[in-house]
Design a protein around this ligand. Structure first.
Ligand SMILES: N[C@@H](CCC(=O)N[C@@H](CS)C(=O)NCC(=O)O)C(=O)O
Length: 203
């Protein structure tokens, strides 16, 4: 049996998608949540000096989405054809752009600039991106983003958009199909069990 260890900070951040994919795949993994104090010592041991890193039978791999796509391929969540892979990546990269926009204000030091960035994110970026994602979902019939089963696209959408919902429960009110997709991913027994037990973290 393959042994997996996921090294990441005790955050959702860019590591949560890997945790969620391993959970969705139903495979055991060690969820190594690195404390800030331990990091300087561990950093030089990681392939690119950053995390998340997935260790597979003792070999370490970096880049959150490269790892998430690997888990997706290993466990049947990467699409059934090259076109389905493309459609999944279309959603994944759209969600990833949104996550990048969500992270920027967190690191902004200037309070005025931070407030402006948050306003733009909530009032412009989030509704615009939800519109794009709704088109992708409806283009596939409205249940899953791609094909007829769960893929990395559904899991990454749930991972990132549920974090926005935690801050503003109304963001999907105008997008009931997106809300239904998100809820259905969250309700999958293995995922629901993990979500109920995962450590509560701010980001
Ligand atoms: N593109 C990389 C970004 C990785 C990254 O920025 N990791 C941050 C945490 S989210 C990190 O390890 N920071 C600590 C450091 O650079 O020393 C990915 O998606 O995995």
């Amino acid at each position: 049996m393959t042994k997996y260890t996921l090294h990441y900070f005790n955050l959702k951040g860019r590591g949560e998608i890997v945790r969620l994919m391993l959970v969705a795949a139903g495979v055991d993994f060690e969820d190594h949540r690195v404390e800030r104090e331990e990091w300087p010592k561990l950093k030089p041991t990681m392939p690119a000096g950053q995390m998340p890193v997935l260790e597979v039978d003792g070999k370490k791999y970096c880049q959150s989405l490269a790892i998430a796509r690997y888990v997706a391929r290993e466990y049947g969540m990467a699409g059934a054809s090259s076109t389905e892979q493309l459609l999944i990546d279309q959603v994944v990269d759209t969600v990833n752009d949104l996550l990048t926009d969500m992270v920027k204000p967190i690191f902004e030091q200037d309070a005025t600039r931070k407030a402006e960035m948050m306003k733009k994110l909530n009032e412009e970026t989030v509704p615009r991106v939800m519109g794009i994602l709704l088109n992708f979902l409806e283009g596939n019939g409205g249940q899953y983003f791609v094909g007829t089963k769960l893929s990395l696209a559904d899991v990454y959408f749930m991972d990132v958009v549920s974090r926005i919902l935690d801050q503003d429960s109304k963001i999907l009110d105008k997008f009931p199909k997106l809300a239904a997709n998100l809820k259905s991913t969250q309700s999958l027994p293995k995922i629901a069990d993990y979500l109920a037990k995962r450590p509560k973290t701010e980001i």
